[in-house]
Every structure is written in structure tokens, then in C-alpha cells.
Design a binder for this molecule. Structure first.
Ligand SMILES: *[C@@H]1O[C@H](CO)[C@@H](O)[C@H](O)[C@H]1NC(C)=O
Length: 184
């Protein structure tokens, strides 16, 4: 009497081959789903301490609210416009809300803690949480993206900030941010 399964060598290898194909077709898409996506975005933050369009105020410091942001210990609250291009006339895509503290004894470094709240464009309704050192005498400053919401849930990454424009006398600056993040 023959084997009821009739498992000849050829059949056996065909069975193994089929199982392998099924396993691969099932696993590969799952692996790809779990790979983080990378997003790069560039935006501009308008940080104005004076003028009719003032967006940042001193809330504390060595000399109270009259302290200069260029002195150690001064804290600013910010609600800065975030635009697509370097000009304030370009499309506003969000706000940078949070605070800066001058955290370097010689006055030349800030610690930044703020949210970028996207209100328009591709990331409308999502946020990025930014934290890091801003040694503003340097051309490029790198900071961390510590978390995010919406499209940016589980985000991790970094940003590079450059001063696009600076009017030191009136404390008005435009900052270019180039952000690279990984998320799911
Ligand atoms: C942003 O940074 C990336 C590298 O991190 C670079 O390739 C790209 O050219 C930069 N974009 C702009 C507009 O500066």
C-alpha cells in the first residue's frame, strides 16, 4: 500500500517551496510597515521683540521684564509666526509657541523649548516639540525634535537653525529651520 499522503521527494520540496513563498509574502509587507518614514521640512520663524507685529515678550530676568534677552537669565514667552518662505508675506503655516531662556553666562546662548503648531499646509493639525541649545553666534545650530502629535506621532529627529535676518538693535530676527524627522 502506498503512503496515503503520497509525499514523494518532488511533492515534499514543492510543499516546502509553497510554505516559504507564503511566509515571505506575508512577512515582507509587515517589515516595510514597521520601517520609520523620514520627513524633511523647512520653515521660517519670525521672532520680533519690538514693533506693531511683536510676537515675543520678556517675562522675567535679572532686571525683571525690562531685562535684555542678550543677558543671562532672561526668559521670553514667544508666539511667533511660522511661514513657508523667509518673507513674512509668504504663507503662514503655523505658530512657534513656548519660551526661550538665556542660559549661557556670557549671554550668547539660549535654551529653546517650544511647540511648532501647524495651522495650514501639509502638516495642518500636527505639532513638533522642539528643545535644544541655540548658541546664536554660530552660523548653524542643531537642536532636537523630542516628540510630536498628529502626523508626527512617535517622532524623533533634529533641526538645523540659521539666522536668515537679524536686526539686533530692534531685536527682530527671522530664523530658518531645516528639520529632519523619523516617524511611523
Ligand atoms: C536641509 O537639510 C538637508 C540635510 O539635512 C539638506 O540636504 C537640504 O538641502 C536642506 N534644505 C534647505 C532648503 O536648506
Amino acid at each position: 500500500m502506498s503512503n496515503p499522503l503520497n509525499l514523494t521527494t518532488t511533492n515534499f520540496f514543492f510543499l516546502i517551496f509553497t510554505i516559504t513563498i507564503l511566509y515571505v509574502t506575508y512577512t515582507i509587507p509587515r517589515l516595510q510597515l514597521q520601517q520609520p518614514k523620514q520627513t524633511n521640512l523647512v520653515f521660517y520663524v519670525h521672532d520680533y521683540l519690538t514693533g506693531h507685529d511683536m510676537s515675543a515678550i520678556t517675562v522675567a530676568g535679572k532686571s525683571g521684564t525690562s531685562s535684555s534677552i542678550l543677558h543671562f537669565g532672561t526668559i521670553l514667552a514667544v508666539d511667533d509666526p511660522v511661514t513657508e518662505g523667509p518673507s513674512i508675506e509668504s504663507k503662514e503655516i503655523g505658530r512657534a509657541q513656548g519660551f526661550y531662556i538665556n542660559s549661557q553666562l556670557d549671554g550668547k546662548g539660549l535654551h529653546l523649548v517650544f511647540s511648532v503648531i501647524f495651522t495650514d499646509g501639509d502638516f495642518k493639525g500636527s505639532t513638533l516639540e522642539i528643545q535644544g541649545a541655540d548658541i546664536f553666534t554660530m552660523k548653524e545650530r542643531e537642536y532636537g525634535i523630542v516628540s510630536g502629535t498628529g502626523y508626527f506621532r512617535f517622532v524623533k529627529g533634529y533641526g538645523v537653525m540659521e539666522t536668515e535676518f537679524m536686526d539686533i538693535a530692534n531685536l527682530r530676527a527671522i530664523l530658518k529651520h531645516n528639520v529632519t524627522v523619523k516617524h511611523y
